[in-house]
Structure formats: structure tokens, C-alpha cells
Design a protein around this ligand. Structure first.
Ligand SMILES: [Zn+2]
Length: 317
């Protein structure tokens, strides 16, 4: 059984802090049965690898991550067979999702201006992990030259059909660079090999180029509440705690450490809202829905449901 080192500090010393079983996952996470996640398929796919369903905490830096290395076949099956892609695709039609992408684009423009850029003249952008291409749609326009990259060809096909330029392999991506902006939205959580991808980002960026990435925040009240619920065998209200799809769980500390390790300069950060979960609750059963509403409202009142962090950092080299 292969284990991996801490994705932030490379330490080998970690201790298991959360353990899931497929049954527990199924029982404690009713939202899974109500949205695009197909729990029965998922259980079949990970059969025999149940002990992989854990989160560990790095003894050195406190990063929470999945220590076990999933084989490519299991991962591919989990992504392809246990997620309902039609429902997932419908998610990009949500207005709040478009609003959050528009906000990120506005922040990018504001940051570029702060860094001394006055005009959008052949502004080169790479959307790494572009999915269905909704961010590429957001930035489209005169003066912007954006390409997307994603391993999931089902998703990129939709982007290509809409006229977005999708790059099929890393070499082609490198030949498109160096670029002004690399965007990685909700991607770092999924990567088993963070080091490879972040070194690639460095290679793709110009000196002084902007790197924008978003991750969920382990220390946000929203996630902490769900961790506590898991400990007490109560239903979680998020699908973000899943050690197959989300193998790295960052917080402000590990985000800042990563920025420093890869020699980026921190510019600003913004929060990611958890509205997706709320929108999906509309389809749930009435008692669950009432319960979810109370929970949802309390997280809103306390922290306006901050779920994650979007960081804007500059490449120093
Ligand atoms: Zn560590």
C-alpha cells in the first residue's frame, strides 16, 4: 500500500484523524443520494480499499490530507461512474456560480491593474482544470487569449462545442506559455501530486504573472461543523469531505505555506461561498430540508457561509 508525504511540507509523519466507511458515508451523507453522486456505484468501485477512506493530519505542519495513493483505474472509475455528469453539468447553469466566476474575473482585472497593467493586450490565460469551460466563457472577449486544460474529456467537449480552445496535453500547454495568468479553481483538493502541478504552474507563468487558485478551507466554520457531525455520526451537509475526490484539505495556514514554498508573493484573498450546497437542498425531503435550512441559516448568520479561500499570488521568478 503506497502512502504519500504531506503535500505541503513533505513530512512522512501523519496521524489518521477521520475514518469513513462506505456505509457510514452513505448513512451520514444524505445529500449524496440527492445530487449527482451515485453512492452504490461508488461503494462497488472502492470495494476492498475501505481503509483508504481516511484523512490524516501532518504532525509537522497540520495539513489534513489523504495519505493513501489511489490507483489510476479506481480514480478514473470513481470520477466517471459514481458522478452523474448530466446533473453536474446543470450545476454550471446556476446564476450564483456565474456570479462567483464573474467576481473572480473582476478581482483578477483589479489585481492586474494594481500590478501596473493598463490594457488587455493579448492577455494570456490558462484555466488549469477548466471542467465544462464556464470560467473560459466568463473571460472571453477582445484582448483576452485564454485556453483550458482538463483531464475529463466529457467536460472539455462541451467547452470545445461552444468555441473554447482546449489544450489536450501538457507539452501543448507549455508551448502556449509563458502566460500572464494561471487559474486553478477547486483543483488543488483533487491532486495526488501537488508538487508536480505547482511546479508546472511556475513553468507556465511569466515572471510577475498572476496565479489564482481556490480551495475549501478546513478551518471554516462550515467545514468544522461537518467534521464534528461526522464524529457524532450525524448527516453532513457538504460533499466536500470525501477522501477519494478531495485528497488535500487546505486551510489559511497551509495555503500561506504553499505560497511561500513555491516562491509566490501573496497579493490578496477572497472567500468562496457554500451556496452550491444550499441550492441542492431544494430537492431534498421535507424533514431533511427543514433541518438543512436551520443549519444553513446558522452558518450564514455566523460567517456568511464562507467555505473556501481564493488566493491571488504573483510569481516572483
Ligand atoms: Zn506537513
Amino acid at each position: 500500500m503506497n502512502k504519500r508525504n504531506c503535500p505541503v511540507c513533505d513530512s512522512t509523519e501523519a496521524v489518521v484523524i477521520m475514518r469513513f466507511t462506505p456505509e457510514l458515508l452513505s448513512r451520514v451523507a444524505p445529500p449524496y443520494r440527492l445530487e449527482e453522486f451515485k453512492i452504490e456505484e461508488f461503494k462497488n468501485i472502492i470495494k476492498g480499499k475501505e481503509e483508504f477512506l481516511t484523512y490524516s493530519k501532518c504532525r509537522n505542519c497540520g495539513m489534513v490530507y489523504c495519505e493513501y495513493i489511489w490507483d489510476d483505474d479506481t480514480l478514473r472509475k470513481a470520477y466517471v461512474d459514481s458522478i452523474d455528469h448530466a446533473q453536474n453539468k446543470d450545476g454550471i447553469l446556476l446564476i450564483h456560480k456565474r456570479m462567483s466566476l464573474a467576481r473572480i474575473w473582476t478581482n483578477i482585472l483589479r489585481t492586474l491593474k494594481l500590478l501596473g497593467k493598463e490594457k488587455l493586450e493579448d492577455l494570456k490565460i490558462i484555466d488549469f482544470g477548466c471542467g465544462w469551460g464556464d470560467f473560459l466563457d466568463t473571460v472571453e472577449g477582445y484582448g483576452v487569449n485564454a485556453v483550458g486544460y482538463d483531464l475529463d474529456s466529457d467536460k472539455t467537449e462541451l467547452a470545445t462545442k461552444r468555441g473554447q480552445r482546449i489544450v489536450g496535453d501538457i507539452d501543448e500547454l507549455k508551448s502556449f506559455g509563458p502566460v500572464d495568468v494561471v487559474v486553478m479553481l477547486s483543483v488543488l483538493e483533487h491532486l495526488q501530486d501537488v508538487k508536480y502541478s505547482l511546479n508546472l504552474v511556475k513553468e507556465l507563468l511569466k515572471r510577475g504573472g498572476l496565479f489564482v487558485f481556490s480551495v475549501m478551507d478546513y478551518r471554516s466554520i462550515y467545514i468544522r461543523r461537518n467534521v464534528n457531525r461526522l464524529k457524532n455520526n450525524l448527516p453532513t451537509l457538504t460533499r466536500n469531505l470525501n477522501p477519494v475526490f478531495h485528497v488535500n484539505i487546505y486551510d489559511y495556514k497551509s495555503v500561506m505555506r504553499t505560497i511561500k514554498n513555491y516562491n509566490f508573493d501573496f497579493v490578496s484573498s477572497d472567500c468562496v461561498l457554500s451556496l452550491t450546497d444550499f441550492y441542492k437542498m431544494r430537492n431534498s425531503m421535507w424533514p431533511v430540508r427543514f433541518f438543512n435550512w436551520v443549519e444553513w441559516l446558522s452558518t450564514k448568520v455566523i460567517v456568511w457561509a464562507e467555505l473556501g479561500i481564493t488566493a491571488y499570488v504573483v510569481n516572483k521568478e
